[in-house]
Design a protein around this ligand. Structure first.
Ligand SMILES: [Zn+2]
Length: 483
């Protein structure tokens, strides 16, 4: 038996309008080097000025994740030479980070889909070591015979979130990143789009024999930029390291990269000596007292995913699973809530959203944000069904038309002359026809097979082309058969 210990260092770009220490705008996709100034280019004499919103967002993240906020924090210089950091140091926080400790709660739906059934104790929380704030570096592009550097990213406020090495599987690492990303989005702290590099992650992983108390050699995988990639890279490392230990090999501390196409990690460098970054407090920046920031951030604390899931179950009577799916996506959650507020049965609204609406959106590759059916319109449709004006089958037809044309349910019902058949005499006639045509199910029902009633009901619905009022059909059939 082998034990796996994984720790993650997550970098999240903050959602600010300007950079960490200068006024240059933060914008993804702008022409290279168009958002630069002497400060973020690292030119001599450029002086940094702190971005208050970046400090506030980091404190807000700390509050959302139950961290202790340092009463006084400061920035340090981390000295090293890299072409993407021409002033030869990065401004970061070493000795007194803004946030310490804290935790990220995991939940069932945060795990990869294929692993959700096998999770035991999904209430696990992953503890954090710290969250600190720093400036992002420039981006280098490797061209055919040269390397280009884009400084637009240099100086973007970047939060580093460091976990304890207590993640125990690649699937759990996936769940951690998914849950963390959700919380960052809930707090509008970061857009956390991994494709845009707004969320990046380094993974530390070590494998040891069960019973061995100290951790095995720490292997670091650098610069992961997708959650599924993290899972696969860690899975590969678990297999590689286990096989190495099995064959008696001694693992050494090293840094590896991930080749997504090959599905393999590769050696980048071994840690022959520890880096000494010569950290010292940045003399250009004063220490920060966090009192006011904490007050301001507290006023912006959102309802978090866990609380929202619980509230959806309690307030709207939806299942825990459905509440989880709805709360997974903040926009879907607010769509549901807007529609559910005026609904007779919020649970039906949830069903419509999770089934028909989501599959229609998926079919058209659209997101809930540009959905043609507004929450109030969906609510109206559900109420037409709940009040018996139209049947479930008719509602599906109306919904398809609503989705395609953007018209309201009432307009479509009127235009198409759709109405549920609730005329007692007409329904009796249909029921008589079905009873006459199905002697066997009728006999089965009389012999005690209750399920036959549903079959007969289905036949009446079919005969009426889905227009019959199903509640009335059930009552009439029962009355006739129990005679
Ligand atoms: Zn600048």
């Amino acid at each position: 038996m082998y034990l796996v210990s994984i720790g993650l260092e997550v970098h999240a770009q903050l959602r600010t309008r300007s950079k960490m220490f200068c006024g240059c705008p933060v914008e993804f996709g702008a022409p290279p080097n168009s958002h630069t100034c002497p400060t973020c280019l690292g030119l001599p004499g450029g002086l940094p000025v702190m971005n208050a919103e970046a400090l506030r967002l980091t404190v807000l993240t700390g509050l959302m994740l139950d961290c202790e906020i340092a009463p006084v924090s400061h920035f340090d210089r981390k000295n090293y030479f890299y072409p993407d950091m021409p002033k030869n140091y990065q401004i970061t926080q070493y000795a007194r980070p803004l946030c310490a400790r804290g935790r990220v709660p995991l939940h069932d739906l945060a795990y990869p889909k294929d692993a959700q059934k096998t999770i035991a104790g999904s209430d696990k929380e992953i503890r954090l070591v710290r969250i600190h704030l720093e400036e992002d570096v420039a981006r280098s592009f490797h061209l055919e015979n040269s390397t280009g550097i884009d400084f637009n990213r240099a100086g973007t406020p970047l939060m580093e979130i460091v976990t304890e090495p207590e993640i125990s599987s690649p699937e759990e690492a996936f769940a951690f990143l998914t849950a963390l990303k959700q919380i960052l989005i809930y707090g509008s702290v970061s857009s956390a789009d991994m494709e845009k590099g707004q969320l990046r992650c380094d993974c530390n992983i070590s494998v040891r024999r069960d019973g061995q108390s100290e951790l095995g050699a720490k292997i670091e995988i650098k610069n992961m930029n997708s959650i599924s990639g993290v899972r696969r890279a860690l899975g590969y490392e678990v297999r590689r390291q286990t096989a190495a230990l099995e064959s008696g090999e001694k693992l050494e501390q090293e840094t590896r990269g991930w080749d997504d196409n090959a599905g393999e990690t590769f050696l980048m460098r071994t840690k022959e000596f520890a880096h000494d970054y010569r950290y010292f407090p940045d003399p250009d920046l004063v220490p920060v007292r966090t009192g006011v920031l904490v007050q301001e951030a507290r006023a912006r604390l959102p309802e978090l995913p866990r609380a929202k899931r619980a509230r959806f179950v309690k307030e709207y009577g939806v299942s825990a699973y459905d509440a989880g799916v709805l709360a997974n996506d903040l926009e879907l959650a607010s769509y549901f809530e807007t529609a559910a507020k005026g609904a007779r049965r919020p649970k039906s609204v949830a069903n419509w959203i999770l089934n028909d609406l989501q599959s229609a959106l998926a079919h058209d590759h659209r997101s809930i944000a540009d959905c043609s059916v507004l929450p109030a319109a969906l609510d109206e449709l559900v109420n037409l069904v709940e009040t018996g004006r139209i049947s479930g089958t008719q509602a599906r037809e109306v919904f398809a038309e609503m989705f395609a044309s953007g018209k309201t349910a009432a307009t479509i019902v009127q235009e198409k002359g759709i109405e549920q058949l609730s005329d007692g005499a007409a329904l009796e006639k249909l029921c008589d026809e079905v009873i006459a045509a199905n002697p066997k199910p009728v006999a089965d029902f009389k012999a005690g097979n209750a399920a036959s009633l549903n079959f007969l009901k289905g036949q009446v619905m079919k005969l009426s082309k889905g227009t019959a009022n199903p509640t009335m059909v059930g009552e009439i059939l029962l009355g006739k058969l129990q005679k």
